[in-house]
Design a protein around this ligand. Sequence first.
Ligand code: HEC
Length: 125
Amino acid sequence: MNFWREIYPSLRTFAVLVAILWLAGCDVERRKSDTELGLDPQQAAGRKLYDNYCDRCHEPYSSHGKKGPSLKGIFKHQYLSLSGLPANDERVTDIVKYGRAKMEGFNQVMTEQQVKDLLAYLHTL
Ligand code: HEC
């Protein structure tokens, strides 16, 4: 009885701490370096573009969706998961440049070379 009354506050603090750590840990996975991912210079340049322009809406390494569908393994299947368009350089380049229904296009923002670099990175996902 006395024992529990004394230990209860610390138990509660402990439980709250565990809950906070668990919630914080849920979505935070350590970010891998370009070298760890084995990226060549072009793919690494593409990754920077991805981080700037795509990451806020598309997950690269997890399959859950953000505002847009995950792009994990985008070129590993024959068709894109959401639109069912063929998963090839031509279609994906068009989507990046001109956008889709709920996605803006990036042809005003990225040069042809940057789009190529980005595609090189997407092929590593
Ligand atoms: C503001 C959020 C947003 C940003 C930024 C964004 N997208 Fe999207 N993207 C979407 C949404 C939403 C869709 C689904 C569009 C639809 O079909 O209505 C989509 C669709 C796509 C698709 C087609 C997926 C499929 O399965 O059909 C590709 C590929 C894609 N985006 C790549 C990119 C790339 C690469 C970038 C960075 C240059 C990017 N997106 C930036 C929101 C975004």
